[in-house]
Design a binder for this molecule. Sequence first.
Ligand code: HPA
Ligand code: ZN
Length: 323
Amino acid sequence: MDRRDFIQQLPKAELHLHIEGSLEPAMMFDLARRNGVELPYADVAEVRTAYEFAGLQDFLDLYYAGMGVLRTASDFFALADACFRRVGADNVTHLECFVDPQAHLGRGVRFEDLMQGLDAAVRQAAGRGLEVSLILCFLRHLSEREAFGALEDAAPYQGNFIGVGLDSSELGHPPGKFRNVFAAARDLGFRLTAHAGEEGPAEYVWEALDVLGVERIDHGNRALEDDALVARLRRDQVPLTLCPLSNLKLRVVPDLRAHPLKRMLDLGLLATVNSDDPAYFGGYVNDNYVRAAAALDLGEAELAALAANSFKAAFRAGDDSAG
Ligand code: HPA
Ligand code: ZN
């Protein structure tokens, strides 16, 4: 069986995908027209050309600008429905999907409209055999007080969220800045995860674990710089949600052959493969598996282990035997 077919037939969980990062350029243009929003691009080709990033912040500037076309419940439904159909086509049976409410509320979108659109798409996905849980991400470039505001706004919709996460500009915004709001979220019953060690140092991964008490680390690439941290991640089998194509596009790695995925597997870490922002980074989860496998020469046993890891790492037990 060729490698792509082998990857396709593996049931998988996707644990690191930002719904706003699935906004494809064609939909960006449709929604801009519908909502009377000006885009700084003439056409889809020009958007694609703009997607050359010097690093995380460079990407985030376009990511926040792009999502400005999302205004109504039906916009959020269209976004999520297209995303979930695409995710399901890769034989993903379980998706834990990040949402950035603060990025929408801050520009006048109502929480109610955001949730109405997303929830309708989640229900339709379930009917097609894709189980979706949402994770509310706090924007780390904003204050902890603002994160508390988002948590309070989300209270009427708590049943729609399985957990909270932490994303946006990492450097200069260590996890410890959000210790109180993570403690409050945990008391409310949310599961906890955080982006750490993408551009930030290994110290941020320690903080996410020991100060925030997260169960999972999103990215975690730079953990390999610290042997004691590697020992901790191995001992506790802390899941790492790696995103190879994201790391390539955001210059976290110079080349996929330098990606830490294989080293992490060899070290006994619970590594998983995910897509992060597929519309911006050039691929959904199977593309991430295929490109990483080619660059790192991963065999079928390693690919099957990665798919099995994705279910072990999930907050909600998925069914990896359904096919
Ligand atoms: N890192 C941090 N914040 C993000 C990312 C990411 O890769 N994608 C969307 N928000
Ligand atoms: Zn991410």
